[in-house]
Design a protein around this ligand. Sequence first.
Ligand SMILES: Nc1ncnc2c1ncn2[C@@H]1O[C@H](COP(=O)(O)OP(=O)(O)O)[C@@H](O)[C@H]1O
Ligand SMILES: [Mg+2]
Length: 305
Amino acid sequence: MSISVQNLSKWYGQQKAVDSVSFELKKGEILGFLGPNGAGKSTTMKMLTCYIPPSDGTAKVAGIDIIENPLLVKEKIGYLPENNPLYYDMYVKEFLEFALHINRPKQSSNRLQRIKETIDIVGLGIEQHKKIGQLSKGYKQRVGLAQALIHDPEILILDEPTTGLDPNQLADIRSLIKTLGREKTILFSTHIMQEVQAVCDSVVIINKGKLVANDKTENLQKLWSSDVVVEVEFEQAITIEQLQQINGVQLVNKLSDTNFILHGKDSTQLRKDIFTIAVNTNNPLLTLKQESKSLEDIFQQLTHP
Ligand SMILES: Nc1ncnc2c1ncn2[C@@H]1O[C@H](COP(=O)(O)OP(=O)(O)O)[C@@H](O)[C@H]1O
Ligand SMILES: [Mg+2]
């Protein structure tokens, strides 16, 4: 495992901003860390990058415990913090030299070579002679990625790297992240569902500090892209297994013993079969409501206050 998070928690005074979160990230995977504003994404990332200590629980990053050996963890990771803090008065190359120096103070050879390589990787070539403050937001973001990459870390932790970009910049930065993901393990946060779908192997969704979903993107996608979504309520308890026997049902989400969301194909047959099951089991059907779900709907369903 590249990252293994175990019951990580953080209190800010009376507020539990991160509440016993656990998840894992395999080497070479891109994981989308999703949640509404205030969910605890940045706080979790600050703990994983050893900027703040956890209140409880721990994590291993590149096999190293974040509490026992934070300095070594920092060597293994590249971190792009939220809002991409940069020194606007510095020149791009000057800043990258500085970033390389603080990450690899002892490296004396190939420094210029490494800066040149990194500029190529993130596509900063034509803007490399400017001051950072003179760059567009998309290029500033490339500088932020470059400083995270400069010491060639095996893991990248990127906090909302695409927030505030226009559609073209967004597409560029997303494809850059995807390309970087071929060689590196990447944890990146966002509140955009489609982004996760486009870029990530797996997804963790948190809400109010708690983990609410953790799955492969393709599994969540099945949920997202089902043709029909039917909400049912029975008078008495019914099992998931009974509902799964209905032809055309692909997925069952249990809301309570009597309430379920069914995802499937062929809505008319599906609804007929639900009625039949109610009759056969002598369990009156109280609600049968068909909806169409978008990505946003699922996100809201999981995270709405
Ligand atoms: N340094 C801090 N002191 C007190 N509360 C904080 C601090 N940083 C974050 N919080 C609170 O913790 C919660 C989670 O914040 P954050 O991790 O930034 O969420 P996200 O990145 O998902 O938007 C929010 O309610 C926020 O106000
Ligand atoms: Mg944040």
